[in-house]
Design a protein around this ligand. Structure first.
Ligand SMILES: [Ca+2]
Ligand SMILES: [Ca+2]
Ligand SMILES: [Ca+2]
Ligand SMILES: [Ca+2]
Length: 235
């Protein structure tokens, strides 16, 4: 059974130590929405899932993501990368997806497909590749740390998105957005003109906020969940 994190609200709060480094934020913000090329099952497996309330152990998730710049963390990343790779030295989306479940063993992130997709897409072209175009389509070892950082960050945004999307259809409509104003203000500060803000976020004018649009806003606003554990090296 797949658990969606939509209703996972009981989380222990940790000390707020960090926010994502500003340079990193601007590089996220400059990233245009992406057309995903993915196997259909990547989306289909999430339909008709039973939504069950569960809590997210952010501290445990952080501990599974070796993002530090220490030699020890570097070695851990190398091991993780090798365990996820089927043998050709580069990671595909399918390998990363499976690896999150079987190697990292973080079910909450495995269920957050849009977060995985965004982290993969942003990380795969991060570093210069000797493999040329092929390298730009896959995550290489020198991009893996950035991938883990992105994964943690987009998972947080996905959590925020899911809590706002009451109906669970992966779109935030104006009613949901208005209902969530108080909750969102804890994450991003005062919003003020709620309808104007909605229109600004809904950049394609479709009347719904999609996850990509939400991420652009979350990055610009430096969105920070009130109940996650920020004690992770993110720079
Ligand atoms: Ca591979
Ligand atoms: Ca690459
Ligand atoms: Ca919705
Ligand atoms: Ca946070």
């Amino acid at each position: 059974m797949i658990l969606l994190p939509e209703e996972a609200y009981t989380v222990s709060a940790g000390p707020i130590v960090y926010a994502l480094g500003q340079s990193q934020l601007s590089s996220f913000a400059g990233h245009a929405p992406i057309a995903w090329t993915l196997p259909r099952h990547f989306f289909e497996e999430e339909q008709n899932v039973q939504r069950v309330a569960m809590s997210i152990d952010w501290t445990e998730i952080n501990s599974k993501l070796p993002t530090e710049r220490t030699a020890e963390a570097k070695e851990k990343r190398r091991e993780l990368f090798r365990a996820m790779d089927m043998g050709n030295g580069i990671l595909s989306l399918a390998e990363v997806d499976k690896g999150i479940r079987d190697v990292l063993k973080i079910d909450e992130i495995f269920d957050a497909k849009p977060a995985i997709m965004r982290a993969f897409q942003i990380a795969k072209k991060r570093g210069a590749s000797k493999r040329g175009d092929l390298g730009d389509d896959y995550i290489e070892l020198n991009e893996f740390r950035f991938f883990l950082l992105s994964l943690r960050q987009y998972f947080e945004y996905y959590e925020a998105f899911s809590r706002t999307d009451e109906s669970g259809d992966r779109r935030i409509d104006l009613v949901e957005f208005k209902n969530a104003q108080e909750m969102m203000e804890v994450w991003v500060g005062p919003i003020g003109d709620i309808e104007g803000e909605f229109a600004k976020i809904d950049t394609n004018g479709g009347g719904k906020i999609l996850f990509d649009e939400f991420c652009t806003w979350a990055i610009a606003k430096n969105l920070d969940l009130e109940d996650d554990d920020d004690n992770i090296v993110l720079e």
